[in-house]
Ligand binder design. Structure first.
Ligand SMILES: [Zn+2]
Length: 479
């Protein structure tokens, strides 16, 4: 029994050491592992299965809304990266360079893409001539490299997987609508699939993507009170169109620059998922994203001749509707398996022993807690469906309580400092929109401005200068 508890007992308590708890869950649930080059990680099959779930959901939604997949090169000539001034400034400190091809030194350094605007827009310049060629609604699923100094599994790694959407439009309004459409799809993914409530809005200009005129963002709140950016959608205006000379002939016979967007979510979402839902027993996965929704553990007694066939039969019938894992390994005890599948976050476990077989039932246990339930084998599929739906909504509501709590408000700078120390989460601040007031708040509180909610009218005054507030900004400490 000592050995059975080991898998879980090696994870620190979540509320005692959140950071070490996070790392141990990512490693021990076999989501990812450290790689030989510092800052890089290997994503293990169980972690990759979560990514595949995110991919397949988004792929369907993107295609339903008229987007198509393409692929662009890994390497970007340095001169291309330099064409958009803010863009290169923003990314230069993190770029990995290729300087040699074999033994031969290259005449121009090549950047390993940190993002792909500078390689995609030049292609658009070749492909777009007329208003009839617009809009272009492309994305690619790929990885990018950003040489980060301090890294953490999934949350910040030197290479990460994502998709990057790059669209070209005839008008500014159309490009802005595209940004908002994508923001809506990301919100669906976060809330309906990953069961993580988010605040959506725009970033203050200091936090925008390098080269963007506007950055839309989704911000989630983690149990330690820190915010995390879950996805972004950038309105790039004509900045990149001008840098790469992407023009089209409009129906009025005028030559015009296109309006472009770019947008992404990355494997960082897996880190967000671990933090948002995990507990002292390990990972907790919402059914809609869990690689296995149900694990079946046969409990083999002395007269076990009927248990395994019954467990196999149950697995077979449930597999028609759910992602099912039958854990029939005989080298491990049921207790060991319970711990392991709890650590790996499977939403529903079915136990079936000799007495259950005789009674035509199985015992159902939810990862979210709430006691054991008896399930008739005849109605197992419908009952499992009901419990999975319940687990999904319980997990979303848990996160929602935190985000729905009225954010702390602050009238003066002193009050704001005190509130941010006290409140585990977002604090709403009226802002006059001058940069120096934002800088003062960041410096005095250590928090950053996360999001300006959409379509909200501000009231009151800026706590720094006392001028009327033009917008509300949600501040929080952040990852
Ligand atoms: Zn101010």
């Amino acid at each position: 029994m000592v050995q059975e508890r080991q898998a879980v007992s090696q994870i620190p308590k979540r509320d005692e050491n959140f950071s070490e708890w996070y790392t141990q869950v990512a490693l021990r649930a076999e989501l990812a592992d450290y790689a030989p080059v510092k800052g890089f990680m290997a994503i293990r099959p169980y972690g990759y299965a979560i990514w595949e779930g995110i991919q397949s959901y988004l792929d369907r939604r993107f295609k339903e809304t008229g987007h198509v997949n393409a692929y662009f090169p890994l390497l970007i000539p340095e001169s291309f990266l330099q064409r958009e001034a803010e863009h290169v400034q923003g990314f230069a400190p993190q770029v990995a360079w290729v300087t040699h091809g074999g033994d031969e030194e290259l005449s121009e350094r090549l950047a390993v893409r940190p993002t792909s605007e500078a390689i995609i827009l030049p292609m658009y310049a070749k492909w777009i001539q007329s208003y009839r060629d617009l809009p272009v609604l492309l994305l690619q699923w790929n990885s990018v490299v950003r040489w980060e100094k301090s890294t953490r599994l999934f949350l910040r790694t030197a290479e990460f997987l994502w998709h990057e959407g790059h669209t070209a439009h005839r008008t500014a309004e159309e490009a802005d609508q595209e940004c908002r459409l994508i923001l809506g799809i990301y919100k669906e993914l976060l809330e309906e699939v990953l069961a993580i409530p988010v605040l959506v809005g725009i970033k203050p200009s200091s936090e925008r993507f390098a080269g963007a005129d506007n950055t839309y963002t989704l911000e989630a709140l983690m149990p330690d009170g820190q915010a995390i950016q879950a996805g972004t959608s950038h309105y790039l205006g004509q900045n990149f169109a001008k840098a790469f000379n992407v023009k089209f002939l409009d129906s009025d016979n005028q030559e015009k620059y296109i309006w472009s967007t770019s947008w992404a979510v990355s494997t960082r979402l897996i880190g967000t998922l671990i933090m948002a839902h995990g507990d002292d027993r390990g990972l907790m996965l919402p059914p809609r994203i869990a690689p296995y929704e149900v694990v079946i553990v046969p409990i083999l007694g002395k007269e076990d001749g009927k248990v395994l066939p019954a467990a196999r039969e149950l697995a077979k019938s449930l597999s028609a509707r759910f992602r099912v894992k039958l854990d029939d390994r005989d080298a491990y005890t049921p207790g060991w398996k319970f711990n392991e599948w709890e650590l790996r976050g499977v939403p529903v476990r079915l136990e079936i022993g000799p007495r259950d077989v005789a009674a035509g039932q199985a015992v159902l246990v939810r990862r979210t807690g709430g006691g054991k339930e008896t399930v008739s084998l005849h109605q197992a599929a419908d009952t499992v469906k009901r419990f999975l739906d319940e687990v999904q909504s319980v997990m979303f509501r848990r996160g929602n309580t935190d985000l729905d709590a009225p954010p702390g408000m602050a009238g003066t700078l002193d009050e704001l400092v005190r509130t941010l120390e006290k409140v585990k989460g977002f604090v709403r601040v009226g802002w006059c929109e001058t940069q120096s007031c934002e800088d003062t708040i960041k410096e005095k509180t250590g928090a950053s401005p996360r999001v300006i909610p959409l379509d909200t009218k501000a009231t009151g005054t800026c706590p720094v200068c006392g001028m009327p507030a033009k917008v509300f900004v949600y501040y929080a400490r952040a990852y």
